[in-house]
Design a protein around this ligand. Structure first.
Ligand code: SF4
Length: 96
């Protein structure tokens, strides 16, 4: 599992699904809607050409890679967005 940490989100990629992906739509979406930090290397998404601080500085947290992968890729990307107080709120409402 590839994990990419941006300022307030974590992008998780199940790269085992990427070899069979023809579109590589994640990288195209990143280039089109953000700064193109996600590139395809050896058939899989990668930010290895950047340092950790460059990823933090350049990542726009736009979520385009996840949406593109869901619709045109192999559903390999999920993005976690931590919301302060949400677990407590859900527990209080009986939704946890
Ligand atoms: S679009 Fe999804 S399945 Fe295709 S290469 Fe990108 S992350 Fe992998």
């Amino acid at each position: 599992m590839l994990e990419i940490k941006e300022k307030s989100i974590t992008v998780s990629v199940d790269a085992s699904k990427c070899d069979a992906c023809q579109s590589k739509a994640c990288a195209e979406a990143c280039k089109k809607f953000a700064r193109g930090i996600l590139v395809i290397k050896d058939g899989k998404p990668s930010v290895a050409h950047l340092t950790e601080s460059e990823v933090l500085r350049l990542g726009t947290e736009c979520l385009a890679c996840e949406i593109a992968c869901q619709f045109d890729g192999n559903k390999a990307i999920s993005i976690d967005i931590e919301v302060d107080g949400l677990p407590e709120y859900l527990a209080k409402r009986g939704l946890a």
